[in-house]
Design a binder for this molecule. Structure first.
Ligand SMILES: Nc1nc2c(ncn2[C@@H]2O[C@H](COP(=O)(O)OP(=O)(O)OP(=O)(O)O)[C@@H](O)[C@H]2O)c(=O)[nH]1
Ligand SMILES: [Mg+2]
Length: 211
């Protein structure tokens, strides 16, 4: 059944739906969703709040490891945003990190309604080995990824453009990956991200026409 188009205005209607520790608690796997994945503390939850223009929808914190479950936000009966626990933060107990990795891996491998990943990466740093692993996995499974070069308010104009060029070069070989500059705190790149997310959700993005 074709889905109704998902328009950027729908993002403002986002509502918290549930937080799931275990797959049995996930929202039913119908309709379409995009998930925010990436390093701990990189700004995934802040990006969700900025894109939905809801200040406290997703919980943010200076302390890495804040998002500890898979959090589902509903836009309407069909479309969802998903906030995934971050990876790569050494101070999280090993057992909890392993639990997250296992559930996130299972989510990525099994979730039929997952249309794409949004991957915030700190624009001042190169992607980590775990970011690369995730990008390689998405390439292998043809899952589109939209990279947000986040915290770009921390750089002046020249350095920001340099970061964009460098990221473009480093990801040029990956046809399923798009990227943009972004700042949640300084409202940079919000409209571009909103358009991209709604295109991915409704399958308008050409990368969704994969076989
Ligand atoms: N300057 C600046 N700070 C940001 C930006 N985005 C997020 N932050 C800050 O970075 C910190 C972490 O943000 P979160 O959104 O909680 O990060 P997260 O990726 O969800 O973290 P986990 O849930 O721990 O994986 C907070 O102190 C935010 O205020 C941004 O664009 N610019
Ligand atoms: Mg978070």
């Amino acid at each position: 059944m074709p889905l109704n188009p998902c328009e950027p205005a729908l993002l403002r209607l986002a509502e918290y739906h549930c937080a799931a520790h275990h797959p049995r608690d996930w929202v039913e796997d119908t309709g379409a969703e995009v998930a925010f994945a990436g390093r701990s503390n990189v700004g995934k939850s802040s990006a969700i709040n900025a894109i939905t223009t809801r200040k406290a929808l997703a919980r943010t914190s200076k302390t890495p490891g804040r998002t500890q479950q898979i959090i589902f936000f509903k836009l309407d009966e069909t479309y969802r945003l998903v906030d995934l626990p971050g990876y790569g933060f050494a101070k999280v107990p090993v057992s909890l990190q392993q639990h997250w990795e296992k559930t996130v891996r299972r989510y990525l491998e099994q979730r039929s309604s997952l249309q794409a990943l949004i991957l915030p990466v700190d624009c001042r740093r190169d992607p980590t080995a775990l970011d690369r692993q995730l990008l390689d996995w998405c390439a292998a499974t043809q899952l589109p990824v939209h990279v947000l070069l986040t915290k770009s308010d921390k750089l002046g104009h020249g350095k920001r453009m340099q970061a964009l060029r460098r990221a473009r070069e480093s990801l040029a070989a990956m046809p399923m990956v798009s990227l943009q500059l972004f700042s949640a705190t300084h409202a940079l790149g919000i409209d571009e991200a909103r358009r991209c997310i709604t295109d991915l959700l409704s399958g308008r993005d050409p990368r969704c026409q994969r076989t």
